[in-house]
Design a protein around this ligand. Structure first.
Ligand code: FAD
Length: 421
C-alpha cells in the first residue's frame, strides 16, 4: 500500500491551491483526481458560461493569477480549465488523474491518526486527507420533480449545454440564482417563452459607481468577512448565489429578464395532477432582495466615502417589478411548457467518505474546514472560512489557514509517536 503524508481528493482549483500550500511547507502529498485537472470546468456546464467574477479576481496561492490582456473581462469555462491546468503544471502538483476515490476510512488498526484511501487504482495510506471534491458535485432537485408529466424534458444546469438541445417550446426555469437567471436569459433570447420561478434570491447590479460590483465587495473587505464574524453562519452558508452574468455592463436581475420577455412566477412549491403550483410570496421575496441590495450599496457608499473615493452618481436599480397578481399555477399538460430547467442548487457528493463526520442530512460537519476527525479537512464549501470561500479568489487564504492547522496536526502526531517509541 503506498504511503503519503496527505491525500488531497480533487484537482479543481481548491485541491491545487491546497497542494501548492503543502508543497511550500515541504509536506509530502498526492492529489487524486477522477478525471483530468479542472475536470468540472472541462466536462460540465453550458457552452456560453463565463465566470461571473472579473479576471483580476482569478488569483491562486504562489502568486499565480490571470495574466491575459483583459483583467476586467470574464473567462469562458474552457479558459478557466486552461488556466487551472497551467497552474497545476507551473506548481508541479503531484496529481494522479483518472483515479477515483471510492472510500476514505480511519486506519484505526495501524495508526490512530491515519486514513486508508481506497481508489479504483489502488489503496493509499495517509496521515491526513483534504476533501476538495467540489461543493457543486450534484444538482439538488425537489422531490416533487418526479410528478412532471411525461413528455416534458427535465434538465439540470450541469447537463444543460445550449438552447439547441431543448424542444422548441416554452421553458420553465426553476430558481433565480446565478445559474437560473443566466440560463433563463439565454433561452429567452433563443426565441423560447421562458417562465422563471423565483424564490429567495440575491439581486446584484453588474456595476456600481462605475466599477464592477465585485471590485467594491473586494476592496471594501466584504468578501474577506470571516465565518466567526457573522451572526447566522448556517444562513449565510445557505445563501443563494449572486444574480450576475459574466457579460460586461449587463445586469441580469428580474427587471432585466422581464424586459426581455421572461414571465415571472413565485417559488415552485409543488406539482399536483400535472399542475405546477407557485408560492404567492413573490412580492415579499422581491422586496427583501431589493432591501438587501440597498443595504449592500449603502455600506459601499459609506466605505467609498471613508476611503476618499468619488464616482458617485450611478443610478440605483429601480425596485423589482412584480406582476400583479403573480400567477399561482401553470397546467403542465397544456403543451405550453416543453422543458423544465431545475436550477435549484447543488450539493457535494461525499458518498465515499466513511468517517463519522457527516450530519443526518449527509452534510460535512466542520469548523472552518477542520472536521472533528483529526487530520480530515475540507476546502471549497460555501463560507467555509470567509465570504469568498466558494469563489476561486477565496481558495488561497483558506488553503493557507488549513495547511497551517494540518502542519500543527502532523507535528502533534510526530510528537506522540516519539513519546510512545
Ligand atoms: C455554474 C458555476 C459557476 C461558477 N462561477 C464562478 C465564478 O464566476 N467565479 C468564481 O470564483 N467561482 C465560481 N463558481 C464557484 C467555484 O469556483 C466552482 O464551483 C469551482 O469549480 C469549485 O472548485 P473546487 O476545486 O472546489 O471544485 P471542482 O472544480 O468541482 O473540483 C473538484 C474536483 O474533484 C474531483 N472529484 C470529485 N469526486 C472525486 C472522487 N471521488 N475521486 C477523485 N476526484 C474526485 C472532480 O472531478 C473535480 O475535478 C461557480 C460554480 C458554478 C457551479
Amino acid at each position: 500500500m503506498p504511503n503519503t503524508t496527505v491525500v488531497v481528493v480533487g484537482a479543481g482549483h481548491c485541491g491545487l491551491a491546497m497542494s501548492r500550500c503543502l508543497a511550500d511547507r515541504s509536506i509530502d502529498h498526492v492529489v487524486l483526481e477522477r478525471g483530468e485537472v479542472a475536470n468540472s470546468w472541462r466536462t460540465r456546464w453550458w457552452d456560453s458560461l463565463r465566470l461571473l467574477t472579473p479576471n483580476w479576481m482569478t488569483r491562486l496561492p504562489g502568486g499565480y493569477a490571470y495574466r491575459g490582456e483583459d483583467p476586467d473581462g470574464y473567462l469562458a469555462a474552457r479558459e478557466v480549465a486552461g488556466l487551472i491546468g497551467d497552474y497545476a503544471v507551473e506548481s508541479a502538483a503531484p496529481v494522479l488523474t483518472c483515479t477515483t476515490v471510492t472510500a476514505v476510512e480511519s486506519a484505526v488498526e495501524s495508526t490512530a491518526d491515519g486514513y486508508v484511501v481506497r481508489t479504483d487504482q489502488g489503496t493509499w495510506q495517509a496521515h491526513a486527507v483534504v476533501v476538495a471534491s467540489g461543493a457543486c458535485a450534484t444538482p439538488v432537485v425537489p422531490t416533487f420533480a418526479d410528478q412532471v408529466p411525461a413528455g416534458i424534458v427535465s434538465v439540470t444546469p450541469d447537463a444543460y449545454r445550449n438552447p439547441g438541445q431543448l424542444p422548441d417550446a416554452g421553458v420553465l426555469v426553476v430558481g433565480a440564482s446565478a445559474s437560473g437567471v443566466q440560463i433563463a436569459d439565454e433561452l429567452q433570447r433563443s426565441g423560447r417563452q421562458v417562465t422563471l420561478a423565483a424564490g429567495e434570491h440575491v439581486r446584484m447590479p453588474r456595476t456600481y459607481r462605475r466599477r464592477d460590483i465585485l471590485w467594491w465587495m473586494d476592496a471594501s473587505g466584504l468578501l474577506d468577512e470571516t465565518y466567526d464574524e457573522v451572526d447566522d453562519l448556517i444562513r449565510v452558508r445557505n445563501l443563494p448565489s449572486m444574480q450576475l452574468v459574466g457579460t460586461p455592463q449587463r445586469t441580469v436581475d428580474l427587471n432585466a429578464l422581464q424586459a426581455a420577455g421572461v414571465r415571472l412566477h413565485g417559488r415552485l412549491v409543488g406539482i399536483r395532477d400535472g399542475v405546477a403550483q407557485f408560492s404567492g410570496s413573490l412580492p415579499n421575496v422581491c422586496a427583501l432582495a431589493d432591501l438587501k441590495l440597498g443595504r449592500l450599496l449603502d455600506s459601499i457608499d459609506i466605505w467609498a466615502m471613508s476611503a476618499g473615493l468619488d464616482g458617485a452618481g450611478d443610478e440605483r436599480l429601480a425596485p423589482t417589478r412584480v406582476p400583479a397578481p403573480a400567477p399561482l399555477s401553470i397546467d403542465l399538460r397544456s403543451g405550453e411548457i416543453g422543458t423544465i430547467v431545475w436550477a435549484t442548487g447543488f450539493r457535494p457528493d461525499l458518498s465515499w467518505l466513511d468517517v463519522p463526520t457527516l450530519d443526518r442530512k449527509g452534510r460535512l460537519v466542520h469548523d472552518g474546514g477542520v472536521t472533528s476527525a483529526p487530520g480530515l479537512y475540507a476546502l471549497g464549501l460555501p463560507f467555509l472560512r470567509r465570504r469568498k470561500s466558494s469563489l476561486i479568489d477565496g481558495a488561497a487564504a483558506d488553503a493557507a489557514d488549513l495547511t497551517a492547522h494540518l502542519a500543527g496536526h502532523l507535528d502533534a502526531v510526530a510528537a506522540r509517536r516519539r513519546t510512545s517509541a
